[in-house]
Design a protein around this ligand. Structure first.
Ligand code: ATP
Ligand code: MG
Length: 436
């Protein structure tokens, strides 16, 4: 296993004082997979006070000291060094009531969630792997350390972490582990919403159709509003999938952008509540975009998502049924109203939505629309009040004041967007004079 120099220095500082020190957890797992770890955690039998003393001449991060973790700034990078410890008494399915320092690395590894995360390595001491993590990695197996039921009842967030590790490393959960993850999924409802949200944000960009379906009972507990979409038949000739299977396809089909993935996950959440039979014997979901946007707003509030993300997701869902044509005037208006980035995301969502029904339908004219947007960008069109060739000052000079100025500018922009007027100062001033 390769260890960067700044990590080796920390290990050697501890070893030279007679302590054991290992790299542990994610960095060992990732190295065994031939991937470059994004950070390196160390564990040691030195106590926090001893770590502090050994690294007294370094900058230290002491926020985690109570739990045995000291951050040592080595060559400008923070290396987290944690005293071997176990945990006990999970009163709230999330936080250990106490931590206890232990003497051996094996003792420390036994508190960890999955075998592939429960390995430690040192250049002098070799690999510590008491639960067969290396073998499981090779066989692509996700296995809880020890008693799976106990692991997930102690800390239910591990269930979602398990989904993420399964997806990220293509690990198939071993039978007991999967059963325990599914059986205890309802405990996720007790986990702090922001932790759940954070974990979902790590998971969503990675996840594919198969995994969304395999772990659907877990998603149903994390976002209960998804439960009614699971198995909900659409009774419509344009859809072969039930609502959740369609959702899973759309999530996988949009790029791995966070707001797009969230919008895809929630875009049809309003369907079960909006179902009706048409006279044609087909199922319809009139207004599900509006209903779904409202539900998504509530869900993301509840999960304490940042406002900007929530607002973008709600925007995308509430407009996902607007079916754009490659029409320059229409697209110019949309560009003016929403800006390039949001419009671009909306088009990606719509393209994925229309391509995920499982039946061939009218193709979405994505290329044609992008070509027109390209033209608009090149033309440097007037899209906002700021782009108009006249300003508030020009209107004041013509004797306008107060709210009349804003109204007048807006109506000029409308007419420029509709190509009724060119965006030229003389033409615009002449139009104002006519209006007055
Ligand atoms: P990532 O690449 O996502 O950082 P990681 O394995 O490093 O993956 P961290 O959340 O950084 O994950 O945690 C570091 C290690 O701490 C894990 O590998 C695991 O051994 C242990 N760990 C973290 N969270 C838990 C938990 N909730 N329960 C048990 N062990 C955990
Ligand atoms: Mg990590």
């Amino acid at each position: 296993m390769f260890l960067p120099e700044y990590v080796r220095q920390c290990m050697e500082a501890l070893e030279s004082r007679g302590f054991a020190c290992y790299a542990v957890g994610g960095c060992v797992r990732d190295s065994l997979l031939g991937m470059t770890p994004h950070d390196y955690d160390l564990c040691t039998d030195a106590l926090p006070a001893q770590i502090r003393e050994i690294f007294a001449d370094h900058s230290l991060v002491l926020a985690g000291e109570k739990h045995g973790t000291i951050g040592v700034v080595s060559d400008g990078q923070v290396v987290e060094i944690t005293t071997f410890r176990t945990e006990g008494e999970y009163s709230d399915n999330r936080h250990p009531g106490w931590v206890e320092f232990v003497k051996t690395v094996e003792g420390d590894l036994s508190r960890r969630d999955f075998t592939v995360n429960a390995m430690a390595w040192s250049p002098t001491r070799g690999l510590a792997d008491p639960f067969g993590g290396q073998q499981d990695l090779e066989n692509r197996v996700l296995r809880a350390v020890g008693d799976a039921d106990a692991r997930f009842t102690e800390d239910a967030l591990r269930i979602l972490r398990g989904v993420r590790f399964s997806v990220r490393y293509q690990l198939i959960p071993e039978e007991n582990t999967l059963q325990a993850m599914l059986n205890h999924a309802s405990l996720l409802e007790k986990i702090a919403r922001e932790r759940v949200f954070e974990e979902l944000c790590k998971l969503l960009p990675l996840v594919g159709v198969e995994e969304l379906l395999r772990f659907s009972p877990i998603f149903a507990h994390v976002i209960p509003e998804l439960a009614p979409t699971m198995g909900f038949a659409q009774h419509n000739r344009n859809h072969i999938y039930d609502v959740f299977t369609h959702i899973a396809h759309v999530v996988a089909a949009v790029p791995a952008d966070l707001s797009l993935r969230w919008a895809a996950l929630l875009h049809d959440i309003g369907k079960p509540a909006s179902f009706s039979w048409g006279e044609d014997g087909q199922g319809h979901f009139y207004g599900h975009d509006r209903v779904g946007a409202q539900m998504a707003d509530e869900i993301l509030h509840r999960l304490k998502a940042p406002n900007a993300l929530r607002e973008e997701v709600v925007f995308l869902i509430s407009h996902h049924m607007a079916r754009p044509e490659p029409d320059k005037k229409l697209l110019r208006r949309w560009m003016s109203k929403w800006g390039e980035e949001k419009l671009h995301k909306l088009l990606l969502l719509q393209q994925a939505d229309l391509g995920s029904k499982g039946v061939p339908g009218k193709p979405f004219p994505y290329k044609e629309i992008r070509a027109i947007l390209q033209e608009l960008a090149v033309e440097n069109s007037c899209l906002t009040l700021r782009d108009l060739a006249v300003s508030g000052h020009d209107l004041m000079a013509l004797g306008l004041s107060g709210s009349d100025i804003g109204q007048c500018l807006n109506s000029l922009l409308e007419r420029v967007l509709d190509e009724e007027l060119p965006n030229e100062k003389t033409a615009l001033l002449a139009a104002i004079r006519r209006m007055l």
